[in-house]
Design a protein around this ligand. Structure first.
Ligand code: NI
Length: 135
């Protein structure tokens, strides 16, 4: 069901308003309402992570596939978290460089824990977790 739109007035310092307009322009928002809406949503997402609500996320890692013990560890960790991992994709980036994207859905704290365990595996060159709200 669509939410009711409520209009309200906002008083801002001129400098802050300029910052809002810059933010809107940079993100290609068509108006200030859209920019404010997005800022509020981002903040709510950040709070939800802290509150340990349901999130969807992806962990992207880059590593050298010649390290066989790394692949074994990577598989073991992913099996430990099979209940939150939705899928994983393996991309052969270069002759010996691999990229893996692991999609997961669950509590933010568990996704953080999974990402930390994966990124901590010896031989992982880069690793990054991104999350967004999933409810
Ligand atoms: Ni590969």
């Amino acid at each position: 069901m669509p939410s009711t739109i409520v209009r309200f007035g906002v008083s801002l310092e001129r400098e802050l308003l300029e910052k809002l307009d810059n933010y809107a322009a940079k993100n290609h928002y068509t108006n200030r309402s859209q920019a404010i809406r997005q800022l509020i949503n981002n903040n709510v997402v950040a709070t939800k992570w802290k509150n340990d609500s349901l999130v969807a996320g992806s962990i992207t890692i880059v590593y050298d596939h010649h390290r066989r013990e790394l692949s074994t560890k990577l598989t073991t960790v992913q099996h430990d978290y099979h209940d939150i991992i939705l899928s994983s994709q393996h991309i052969h980036l270069e002759k010996s460089l691999c990229m893996e994207i692991i999609a997961a859905k669950g509590k933010a704290s568990v996704l953080n824990e999974l990402a930390s365990r994966i990124i901590a595996i010896k031989g992982i060159h880069h690793g990054k977790l991104t999350m967004t709200k999933a409810d």
